[in-house]
Design a binder for this molecule. Structure first.
Ligand code: FMN
Length: 388
């Protein structure tokens, strides 16, 4: 395959990842729940936003730096949490975290990552946030929070849209499990991707390092859907959220919100940020696209805390659209994952570089030299709630 610098878009990186990875692994990264309607809607919603660019503004030297939950970052990006990334490239979590650190943006480590809280802190550094799934074992959940605080993670991101695992039919059809379990069905898939296979054999099977010792993690070979259902606590509610707020000493964000009434109530709880997301279409198929949910959520929050968004960001201009719709920053999910799966750290860096360069160009073409200049005036159609 040609050099990674020959990849010019996130779609180029996705194509490379598809060639390099066994089908089961690619589908696990790429796929969504059920009919993948929400997965497709996330993209369509960004594509359907039309911009009204300003002219005659000095855009000689655009400044991409942004405030994200009260701290300066080199761009309005956060790398979104992604579990099991190491099955695409050994050490994928460290590779993506290092890429984020080099660019100067926060990296969010997943509870279900294939690198531990401590390993990321010592091997990647940079600005680290930890994403928490509330597990049935409350003591284990609280121990994860204590480890993240001890390792210096500056924020906790509590994911709320996964009471149970979504029904991802590509995984079910492919017989896909983590840990990877070679069966007759999957063996041919693995063996026809020798470069991926060799790397996995050399580095060994990745594991859910944060979940070592957790009872729900010991069932090697169970499907991800089954494992998630076993381990997550579907009884987690408003009272339990308040207990997390009381226990976590640092900044706290909640991820996976799309309703205005939930956002309004969450804004009363002393949180530091709200992250609009539908998990990249991997959970509730039929859920509203993130970009469509964003304006009502921003309106309901009324400036009481910053609002972030993910699900469907594939272009720099999507970032302009998200910010114009009221987000403070965007989460980079699969875009970074395709990059790392295509070429390790160089691929993750390439993904972030592509998005940064596209954002810079889009800001110049929109006549918005700073991130602060991007606002609802850029939108051809003002969101209904913000018109007044
Ligand atoms: C392979 C994969 C694993 C993910 N794992 C997690 C996770 O462990 N925790 C979480 O909050 N979100 C997880 N997500 C969702 C992402 O954080 C993010 O919301 C989503 O990828 C954004 O959509 P996009 O990839 O289409 O941009 C995962 C997404 C993918 C693709």
């Amino acid at each position: 395959m040609s050099r990674i610098s020959q990849a010019h878009s996130i779609e180029d990186l996705r194509r490379r990842a598809r060639i390099r990875l066994p089908r089961g692994v690619f589908d696990f990264f790429d796929g969504g729940a059920e009919d993948e309607n929400t997965l497709a809607a996330n993209r369509r919603a960004f594509e359907n936003v039309r911009l009204l660019p300003h002219v005659l503004r000095n855009v000689a030297d655009p400044d991409l730096s942004a405030q994200i939950i009260g701290m300066r970052a080199a761009a309005p990006f956060v790398v979104a949490p992604m579990g099991a990334a190491g099955i695409g490239w050994p050490g994928a979590d460290v590779a993506i975290a290092r890429a984020a650190s080099r660019l100067g943006i926060p990296y969010v480590l997943s509870t279900a990552a294939t690198a531990s809280i401590e390993r990321i802190a010592s091997e990647a550094g940079g600005r680290l946030w930890f994403q928490l799934y509330v597990l049935r074992d409350l003591a284990f959940t609280e121990a994860l929070m204590a480890r993240a605080a001890a390792a210096g993670y500056e924020a906790l991101v509590l994911t709320l849209d996964m009471a149970v695992g979504g029904k991802r039919e590509r995984d079910i059809r492919n017989g896909f499990t983590v840990p990877l379990a070679p069966r007759w069905r999957t063996a041919a898939d693995f063996m026809t991707h020798p470069m991926w296979c060799l790397r996995m054999l050399r580095h060994g099977q990745p594991s859910f390092e944060n979940l070592q010792g957790f009872a729900g993690s010991s069932h090697a070979g169970t499907s991800i859907v089954a494992r998630a259902a076993q381990s997550l606590d579907p009884s987690f509610d408003w009272g339990a959220l308040q207990r997390i707020r009381d226990k976590w000493p640092g900044r706290l964000l909640v991820k996976g919100v799309c309703r205005a009434d939930d956002a309004d109530r969450l804004a009363t709880l002393g949180l530091d940020g709200l992250w609009v997301s539908n998990h990249g279409g991997r959970q509730l198929d039929g859920s509203v696209a993130s970009a469509e949910a964003l304006p009502d959520v921003v309106h309901a929050v009324r400036g009481r805390m910053p609002v972030l968004i993910d699900s469907g960001i594939r272009r720099g201009v999507d970032v302009v659209k998200a910010l114009a719709l009221g987000a403070q920053a965007v989460g980079i999910g699969r875009a970074a994952l395709y990059g790392v799966a295509a070429a390790g750290q160089a691929g993750a860096e390439r993904a972030l570089m592509i998005l940064s360069e596209e954002l810079r160009r889009a800001m110049q073409l929109c006549g918005t030299p700073t991130i602060g200049d991007i606002d609802a005036q850029l939108l051809q159609v003002q969101p209904a709630r913000q018109r007044s």
